[in-house]
Design a protein around this ligand. Structure first.
Ligand SMILES: [Fe+2]
Length: 433
């Protein structure tokens, strides 16, 4: 099959640079899995969650399928059946094992998955070493997509193991430690002029196809909250009957509140009148200075309605991030920090705080193709485009996002009722005219 990719690279990759980056990304996945036993790595605690060892194998399958199968001389799959077990959703590649039943698979075990990874790593390094310049140029985009794909799964691995550990009454800890408690401060506002602006990836460096093409859009003047909504503010919402007042909720959201008995954010639990929050570094009393996280789009929208505000559109968020943000990774709380959790906003700066990292921010925008969007050709075209239905866009990244994986144009997406991803919110309104 032919894969033609939208992602472009600023400078052509050299074989050395590609091999080095390959090793870094692959090693990071293993580092994240290292605190987990083979038993931890096998559990699927709900249909949306995949076992850790499945993530480790699937990202390996991606390189085997989209790179080695097409370019390795005398290619043979490591194990025929692995193509069935570790294909996620690529119809063009063939049938696959049921997503909701990945936790039923005890073999290959975590150790065998390590052997699979090692085999593909050796073959990938050999392939990269052997490529002539022309083939390297053609193939670098697919290999680079494999890096970003694996980074997305690094984040999912953490979100998923958080849920796996949360259902265990022993409250096991993954890793990390709490941050210093912060001081809750008053929400400030940042005015943005708007007008005819451009959003979408600008062509410098990597992007996924869903960030393209860059295009114009018109924005009325608006304001954004200068930080994320905090746990303390969320407790005020709860105390004021936030989960009991139908008038605050979208109809589908109210259906969830009543049908699934939502009373608080996903990982909160009340014990003897005190709210506790499950995190990857343990279970602690809810800290009012931290951003609220693991709330659905419905909850975020209800909170904004209660506060007399609204959620930003994805264009408002991206335009502000392009024009007002500092360099994304320099101060952001991403998966390189050892809390693996959102942390309190730093002192007010007059600008936008917590824009990248901490929690993915729900927007009011449905996940739709940009004007002129074309998915890539071949199986890789299934990466993003076919999911543009029934999902909402989130922006910014979270404390489980790998460093180097955030950018102003990045479009994450989840169904509006999702609560297991690390999601929070920033308020917006029309500003003072
Ligand atoms: Fe994947």
């Amino acid at each position: 099959m032919t894969t033609q990719l939208s992602p472009r690279i600023a400078d052509p990759w050299t074989a050395d640079a590609l091999a080095r980056r390959y090793d870094q990304v692959r090693a990071r996945t293993e580092q994240l899995a290292a605190p987990l036993s083979p038993e931890d790595q096998t559990v699927q605690s709900m249909p949306d969650v995949s076992p850790t060892k499945w993530h480790r194998a699937h990202v390996t399958w991606f390189f085997e399928t989209f790179v080695l199968a097409e370019h390795e001389q005398r290619f043979a799959p490591y194990q025929d059946k692995y193509w069935f077990l570790f294909n996620s959703y690529y119809e063009a590649v063939g049938p696959r094992y049921a997503r909701a039943e990945r936790g039923h698979i005890s073999r290959p075990g975590a150790h065998d998955v390590g052997s699979y990874r090692g085999n593909v790593d050796t073959r990938m390094r050999d392939l990269i070493d052997s490529l002539d310049e022309g083939t390297l140029d053609k193939l670098a985009g697919t290999i680079e997509l494999g890096f970003h794909h694996e980074q997305q799964h690094q984040e999912l691995l953490l979100m998923d193991i958080k849920h796996v550990l949360s259902v265990n009454p022993l409250q096991p800890v993954y890793d990390g430690s709490p941050d210093q408690p912060g001081t809750p401060d008053r929400l400030g506002w940042v005015d943005v002029e708007g007008g005819l602006v451009e959003i979408g990836h600008d062509g410098e460096g990597f992007s996924f196809d869903n960030e393209l093409p860059r295009h114009r859009t018109f924005l009325e003047p608006y304001r954004l909250g200068d930080r994320l909504v905090t746990n303390g503010e969320w407790l005020d919402f709860m105390t004021d009957g936030g989960y009991d007042r139908a008038e605050l909720w979208l109809s589908d959201g109210w259906g969830k509140v009543t049908g699934e008995d939502w009373r608080a954010p996903f990982y909160w639990q009340q014990v003897d009148g005190v709210w506790f929050e499950h995190t990857l570094h343990g279970t602690f009393p809810v800290d009012p200075s931290l951003p609220v996280t693991h709330v659905s789009h419905y909850e975020a929208d209800a909170y904004a309605t209660w506060a007399g505000k609204r959620l930003p559109t994805e264009a408002e968020w991206e335009h502000a991030a392009q024009t007002l943000a500092d360099e994304p990774d320099e101060t952001a709380n991403l998966a390189n920090a050892d809390t693996f959790h959102a942390r309190a906003a730093g002192p007010a700066t007059g600008g936008l705080r917590q824009l990248f990292g901490d929690c993915w921010e729900w927007t009011s925008s449905a996940y739709l193709p940009y004007p002129g969007f074309h998915p890539a050709e071949g199986a890789i075209g299934e990466y993003n485009g076919k999911f543009m239905s029934g999902q909402m866009v989130l922006r910014g990244g979270c404390a489980l996002t790998p460093p180097g994986h955030t950018r102003a144009s990045y479009r994450n997406f989840f169904p509006a009722g999702s609560r297991w991803p690390m999601t929070g919110l920033r308020l917006a309104d029309g500003g003072v005219r």
